[in-house]
Design a protein around this ligand. Structure first.
Ligand code: SF4
Length: 244
């Protein structure tokens, strides 16, 4: 059972997050704001929004390379919260050209940028061009690329001269422990892969389970530099390395 101090800290964090979500969903009317859904953090967001009484648009990137458990999880969330979830698919022509030229595992040879670009970034960019704001589950302690994530920001990566996009990161101050305490206490559904050592879950070929001493992002693109481990959804986080 959580101590009184822990409960106080958690209640304060949850109260602050509720207020942030309430503010975001009041400022941006339905149809102009959406939640990007994939991981444990995003279900916490959906649960908080659900308990606040809001109906919000939800989308998820269906790269075509997700684990079977992840597809089952998406379906579970859809029914649990009685919420439609829009699945964004890659452009068939762009994907066909990539696979024809470089095969299904090009990311092992030349990095994940091109594959993520086709399977994630292009569909996301298309979706965000129709929104004024989006809500993500980014946390500061997720990786070295996210230590400065603010609660709210102008999305420098996806804003255009015609459309300034606001990005909300209501869980920026949450730790992994905070997320999992919320999930356990509130019996929130989660991806069963988490019970098998998977912490940060992405596409099946680019995700592996991690050991107890490893950082959660160690299971993503483990053949690449820590500073480059963003798939482009949050590319403004990527740390630029200046060679000496
Ligand atoms: S995570 Fe891997 S499989 Fe998925 S889009 Fe990126 S490079 Fe491709």
């Amino acid at each position: 059972m959580a101590s009184e101090n822990t409960q106080t800290k958690d209640n304060s964090l949850i109260t602050t997050t509720r207020a942030l979500l309430d503010n975001a969903l009041t400022r941006f009317e339905k149809g102009t704001i959406a939640v990007s859904f994939s991981g444990a953090e995003d279900v916490v967001l959906l649960d908080l929004i659900h308990r606040l009484g809001y109906k919000v648009d939800v989308f998820s990137l269906d790269t075509g390379r997700l684990h079977p458990e992840t597809y089952e999880f998406i379906e579970k969330i859809r029914t649990h919260y009685a919420t439609p979830i829009e699945l964004l698919s890659p452009d068939a022509k762009a994907l066909g050209e990539l696979v024809k030229e470089k095969g299904l595992f090009s990311f092992r040879e030349d990095g994940h940028g091109e594959c993520c670009g086709v399977r994630k970034i292009q569909p996301l960019k298309q979706k965000l061009s129709h929104l004024k704001a989006w809500i993500t589950g980014q946390r500061k302690d997720q990786s070295v690329t996210r230590t400065d994530v603010p609660l709210e920001q102008i999305d420098a990566a996806f804003s255009t001269p015609e459309n300034e996009l606001t990005k909300f990161n209501p869980l920026a101050e949450w730790t992994s422990a905070d997320v999992w305490q919320y999930i356990r206490v509130n019996e929130v559904p989660y991806n069963p892969l988490h019970d098998n050592g998977f912490v940060s879950i992405g596409c099946q070929p680019c995700t592996r389970a991690v050991g107890p001493q490893e950082h959660e992002r160690a299971g993503r693109w483990w053949w690449e530099e820590e500073t480059q481990k963003e798939c482009g959804l949050h590319s403004q986080n990527v740390i630029k390395i200046i060679a000496n």
